[in-house]
Design a protein around this ligand. Sequence first.
Ligand code: NAD
Length: 246
Amino acid sequence: MSVMALRILINGSKGRMGQALAAAAPDLGLKVVAALDTGDDLAAAVPGCDVIVDFSSPAATANVLKVARAHRKAVVLGTTGHSAAAKQSLRRLAANIPCVWAGNFSIGVNLLFALVDRAAGILGPDYDAEVIEMHHRFKKDAPSGTAERLLEIILTQRKLGRKALRHGRSGIPGARTDSEVGVHALRGGDVIGDHTVLFAALGERLELTHKASDRAIFARGALRAARWVADRKPGVYDMQDVLGLR
Ligand code: NAD
């Protein structure tokens, strides 16, 4: 007896990630039943799928979650660039459906999250933490969703609020204090995504770096998440849940 392939709907299908998802789906045994982009009618296409995989625009997210809820479908949400306030209300919407929401679907980056958590805990405030990211020239939001997650991890470990963040430095910001965390977003060329977390003390420096060289890593991770989330209970999950890293 053949098992029916999981049916996925790609939202943002004409984009870089949309195309990577469509290319990776067959290898993972998934069937793309709808490929939608700006202007297409999501509500009309959703009934035919099991999971919606959205890598489009932050402006689209609320509608994606509402339509998914109305049709009782699971969602894999990869879109980044939401404001902190938008994230909060979207999270409430997402909690009504099975939803994997991750700023980065790569396995290496999810391991980096776990390593940074550990390092920030072991290396106290004497070790200045800075996050540096670089992406292609077309990226619209900054810092990246992945950098945001790395910062959250460091801020939580150091018991600091978002006021501690220093986005770039210019002029005369004064000597660095141990209650700040620097953030630097580089943009250029076709870089898919580099992230470095640096812990610098007097006399030594630890740098943890991840470099993505193929968008397929995010696509494969998101499709793995689609398979995982299809029969979960409603709730907001992330890649740490999917990979069992928690
Ligand atoms: P892209 O600009 O190449 O593609 C986005 C696509 O979405 C475009 O084809 C655009 O027309 C379409 N789109 C815009 N608004 C839409 C709407 N309302 N409904 C349907 N489609 C719409 O961008 P990309 O590089 O493919 O990235 C897409 C998103 O995914 C970005 O937010 C990016 O930061 C994020 N991203 C996340 C991860 C991750 O692992 N979570 C990895 C890479 C990119």
